[in-house]
Design a protein around this ligand. Structure first.
Ligand code: ME8
Length: 661
């Protein structure tokens, strides 16, 4: 009988910076499901890749002085290196710069145009450059900024093609609320209330302001704008509208698309609309997970960001604790739909408790006892007791539970189920006290039963864990004397598979216990250094990018401006104002006989930073008394992104009293 197909995808990632632990989450989760399904006997297609077009990449390449293709090639190589390092068993890797994808997207765009779903118009809206997204006013956050990254948006207008969305609104609403497409389904409410109920707006699908994109064949001023290009990858990679692959019939519709919440809207609304417009079947499930955030020293969960330097490097963690421990940790911490805060402490505690003390210890104790009491080879006589049934019952039941979790994309729960069996087996050791049995020759058969039951429990557990931790489990099989045919999916549902006289082989410690204090100190030092480096490295452009520009004040006329008399003045002396921590009192030469100004900059400037420098003052400001000291005007300073004020120093050759206009 031919194997049943199973198709799972990660998002295609932007190669605009190196991959981090957040990208690893989705990819490792999909990899574990893909491996599990292969173990179950499915014919699996696991797709990942990179989303390589767009203005942001064009800009980054320009800054780096290379072509966009050269730029993405470098980062794609790092992605691929990471996936190989993390043991990701993808079957296909799509790059949106691949010729076949480009050709297919052009055909898809044209087909949608020919069907009347795409039309030309003019776009005027709020545009977020970093996210490459246009937003409507109702979608902006409460500060009027981008709802995704919360940075300021700008008004932009251009000729553009649009895709009609309203014809699909009812079907999409039903898809989200009446089927189990969306996981977790609780998220449907926000999509329906925020996007569908207010009326689905047509989607801008082309751009003319940058070149790094797939050209629209029938209007070469335009390039296809992000989502039609990106989302189509899931079908072009199978050979839709191209001849590079020929698996579309076999694998479409996808069984699972997995994404984080940042791109849920695109996968829950726009992607189904595109497929409906193309008359294609819809994917079966969209699994949406939360963010891996970084828990900082103050206990606040921060978004991982290169500019903050809090991006957790998977290569570094893998080197220290092993790739499987990292895979386990990220999958075990994140519940589908919720965010999960990453901290070094949580990670190390998790590895120590579950892997070193829990599973690792179960294996090493069992193998060590079989070695000590029976020279490694179990005798064939047996003596069962009632308590055995509890262990056997628990272990035999887990496969079915794990199957269900995998089918519902609940990987955290899958691991929890498996670890109930680990705990049960460790408890069984405490209950049966094999070290006591080992002292009594008459208990040989009983001891053999206990150790055999433990080896069987380990066999089942390690088989089910192998999709999650594919490097370590073969080492376990070697230690417990299991052959390849013992560790199949079928045998993970049975007890009593290992030969009665199985031979164990003591091996390396699977998960060494981590010295938490030492490691935390070292990891924290690494993160702090990264944060300091990131701060120092931020280019001015990036700093400006990070900075939320305050809203523009009401319009004034030139006459209004002329009322403000700005002048150059020299700081002759300065001192702190007693009893006012923030204030400096400055004596100025203003070219008009001199004056005294009090300024709230003492937190950032010492008197000696200013003496001898020319500054700009508001010279006709009505005098006030601040903390008992008279101030005749004020010094001009700008608000910096870090909350400090930076004094504006004009050209120092200007004479005191020069007017600024
Ligand atoms: O959005 N925690 O690409 P992208 C969890 N190209 N997951 C994270 C994460 C974090 N901190 N950071 C990233 C794009 N991810 C588009 C997608 S698909 C047709 C086009 C993962 O590089 C998560 O899966 O910004 C998220 O959805 C994806 O990376 C976004 O990757």
């Amino acid at each position: 009988m031919p194997k049943k197909p199973f198709y799972i995808t990660t998002p295609i990632y932007y190669p605009s910076g190196n991959p981090h632990i957040g990208h690893c989450y989705t990819t490792v989760a999909c990899d574990s499901i893909a491996r599990y399904k292969r173990m179950q006997g499915y014919d699996v297609m696991f797709l990942t890749g990179t989303d390589e077009h767009g203005q942001k990449i064009e800009q980054k390449a320009m800054e780096a002085g290379v072509t966009p293709k050269q730029y993405v090639d470098g980062i794609v190589a790092t992605f691929k290196k990471l996936w190989s390092y993390m043991n990701i068993s993808y079957d296909r890797y799509i790059r949106t710069t691949d010729d076949y994808h480009v050709e297919a997207v052009q055909k898809i765009f044209k087909a949608l145009y020919d069907k009347g779903y795409i039309y030309k118009s003019e776009y005027m809206g709020k545009y977020c450059t970093p996210c490459e997204s246009f937003w409507t006013d109702s979608q902006l956050d409460e500060d009027g900024c981008c709802p995704e990254c919360h940075r300021p948006v700008k008004v932009a207008k251009e000729e553009a093609y649009f895709m009609k969305m309203s014809p699909f609104a009812d079907r999409i609403e039903k898809l989200l609320t009446e089927t189990d497409y969306l996981r977790p389904k609780t998220r449907a409410t926000e999509l329906v209330n925020n996007f569908i109920k207010p009326g689905l707006e047509d989607l801008c699908v082309s751009r003319t302001t940058f070149k790094w994109g797939i050209p629209v064949t029938f209007d070469d001023k335009h390039v296809v704008y992000v989502w039609i290009d990106a989302l189509s990858n899931y079908i072009t990679a199978l050979g839709y509208e191209n001849s590079a692959h020929a698996d579309f019939e076999k694998f479409w519709p996808a069984d699972v698309h997995m994404v984080a919440k940042d791109i849920m809207r695109f996968h829950a609304i726009i992607w189904p609309a595109m497929l409906m417009a193309l008359d294609l079947p819809l994917p079966k499930h969209l699994a949406v997970h939360g963010w891996i955030t970084f828990l900082n020293k103050q206990g606040e969960a921060q978004k991982m960001s290169k500019s903050l330097g809090n991006v957790v490097d998977p290569f570094m963690l893998g080197e220290r604790y092993g790739v499987d421990a990292i895979r386990y940790h990220i999958l075990r911490e994140m519940a589908l739909g919720a965010d999960s805060a990453f901290s070094n402490e949580i990670m190390i505690n998790r590895i120590n408790s579950d892997l070193a003390n829990g599973f690792g210890n179960l294996v090493s104790r069992t193998v060590a006892m079989a070695d000590k009491y029976f020279g490694g080879k179990l005798p064939t006589e047996r003596e069962a007791e009632d308590i055995d049934e509890q262990l056997i019952g628990c272990v035999s039941a887990i496969r079915e539970k794990v199957d269900k979790c995998i089918d519902e994309t609940r990987l955290k729960n899958a691991l929890e189920e498996i670890f109930t069996a680990v705990d049960r087996a460790n408890k069984y050791i405490d209950e049966t006290e094999p070290w006591k049995l080992g002292k009594d020759e008459a208990k040989r058969a009983r001891l053999a039963s206990v150790l055999y039951n433990l080896l069987e429990a380990i066999r089942v557990i390690s088989t089910l864990l192998s999709p999650f931790m594919p490097t370590t489990m073969p080492k376990v099989w070697e230690q417990i004397g299991a052959s390849q045919s013992d560790v199949t999916y079928e045998n993970a549902g049975r007890f009593g598979v290992l030969p009665l006289d199985v031979t164990v082989h003591k091996g390396e410690i699977l998960f060494p216990r981590i010295d938490i204090d030492k490691e935390i100190e070292e990891l924290n030092a690494i993160i702090e250094k990264n944060m300091a480096d990131a701060k120092a490295k931020l280019s001015d452009a990036e700093k400006a990018d990070e900075f939320a520009v305050p809203e523009l004040a009401d319009e004034i006329t030139i006459d209004d401006f002329a009322k403000v008399d700005l002048r150059v003045a020299l700081v002759k002396s300065a001192e702190k104002v007693k009893k006012a921590k923030k204030l400096l009192c400055l004596q100025l030469d203003d070219g008009m006989g001199g004056r005294q100004v009090v300024s709230g900059i003492a937190n950032w400037y010492a008197p000696e930073d200013l003496v001898g420098k020319k500054v700009i003052i508001v010279a006709n400001l009505k005098p006030v008394t601040l903390c008992g000291v008279e101030s005749q005007g004020m010094i001009c300073a700008a608000d910096a992104p870090d909350g400090s004020a930076k004094v504006i120093f004009p050209d120092q050759s200007l004479p005191c009293g020069a007017k600024i206009r």
